[in-house]
Write a protein that binds this ligand. Sequence first.
Ligand SMILES: [Mg+2]
Length: 260
Amino acid sequence: MPSPDADSADRPLPTPRAILFDLDDTLLDTTDSATRVWHNTARAFEEEIGLPAAQFDPVLDASRKWYWADPHRNRRGRLDVHRSRVEVTLHGLHELNLPGRTDLQLANLAERFSRHYSDHRVESMRFFPGAQEALEHFHDRGVRMALLTNGDAEAQRQKVEHFALDRFFQAVLIEGELGFGKPDPRVFQKALDACGVEAKDAWCVGDNLGWEVAAPQQLGMTGVWVDWNSVGLPEDSEIVPDLVVRRVAELPVMLDTNHV
Ligand SMILES: [Mg+2]
């Protein structure tokens, strides 16, 4: 005889009245596509830098990690993405110890390198497999949805337009446009108001445990963690998601959308 737990695990979960989605590394392959564009940019500048892209790639990777690991740089950088790209590139160029380059020459090179990167950034991004179909699925069934994305107004709006995301959502809330973002409770309240639901009837779905799981849980929402890179929950995590998925595409299968 199956245990009650096994039985309930097989049953579809009730569909929430509203779902709040994160954008980067939740719906779009932001990190993976960034790695591709950094690599392609390094290839385009191989001759000028005097090193094969394969040699600059790991330096740029380390530079990105260094840049975004610092909370102050993270906030400054996500609200001014061009500056973040210049600083990441310049830090990487300094690490290379290229002979005979002045600081001014390196700064100029970092500026042009970053511009090349920016020119190819959005077109390089893709929906994660099944993410667009999941949005269509919920939209067609009348589930209210909001998009909550932290970051630079221009860069995030460009993604929203490129992927025609407006059509799915009751609200598109961009940190750089509002002047505040996750985990500020005000942005979640704005999303709930736009969807016309209370917190208990909403899910929040995203890859950032603090922003899209812990903060919404504190307000009474269900927090769904997207472990897109299959890293697993950190062993010492104090944040416990209500649900963990690898892809947003798993959600329509789990939910009983006949009972919206
Ligand atoms: Mg994200």
